[in-house]
Design a protein around this ligand. Sequence first.
Ligand SMILES: Cc1cc2nc3c(=O)[nH]c(=O)nc-3n(C[C@H](O)[C@H](O)[C@H](O)COP(=O)(O)O)c2cc1C
Length: 204
Amino acid sequence: MRMMSDRDVPADLIATAVATAGTAPSGANLQPWHFVAVSDRDVKKQIRDAAETEERTNYLNGRMNREWQESLAHLGTDWHKEFLETAPWVVVLFEQRYRHGPDGLVLHNYYVKESCGIAAGMFLSAIHNMGLVTLTHTPTPMAFLSKILGRPDNERPSILFPIGYPAEGTLVPDLTKKSLTEILTIDRPIDPPGSNRFRARGGT
Ligand SMILES: Cc1cc2nc3c(=O)[nH]c(=O)nc-3n(C[C@H](O)[C@H](O)[C@H](O)COP(=O)(O)O)c2cc1C
């Protein structure tokens, strides 16, 4: 979803989605994540401006190579990121690459990317189940987010989520997903996708 309305979303919903993400499993239960939720217009504008500066270099000045650009072409994306300003919320997930022990010693976090990836997925599901929409957005390099949001050195921005409702007349890419047989290898027979077992209940 890349076209957002400015209709507001109560802060409680954002907090509930983060609480859901916070129940994710993580390496050694170290929970190496921090979410920053922004609704302030000026801060969202700073984020948009900085993201567009990076994305302009990615799209127009060759930082994204031809193969990458060709892979994205069917999505119709470009360097414009208006949704970062129109969405009522922008939530940034930071990965905590390491932590500090009580004596100030630097301690490892484990499986940081895997743990944060699972937390991000749970966050997305919570947002969608609330009837809200978002985009998994990575305007790389994302160091500008640490600066704008004043985050410590042990954290690295991972994903930016604009959150809200779709704009009137929103268009989305016409995407399909791989079939179950392409993504599943299973050692017992199952009903093929499209059989009754996979149809919605209540039909005739
Ligand atoms: C790690 C990750 C990074 C992504 N970064 C961007 C991004 O920077 N900009 C964007 O428009 N979409 C981004 N996407 C969204 C994907 O393009 C999108 O998920 C994909 O096209 C499938 O569409 P769907 O999420 O609607 O099923 C990203 C998705 C993932 C998982």
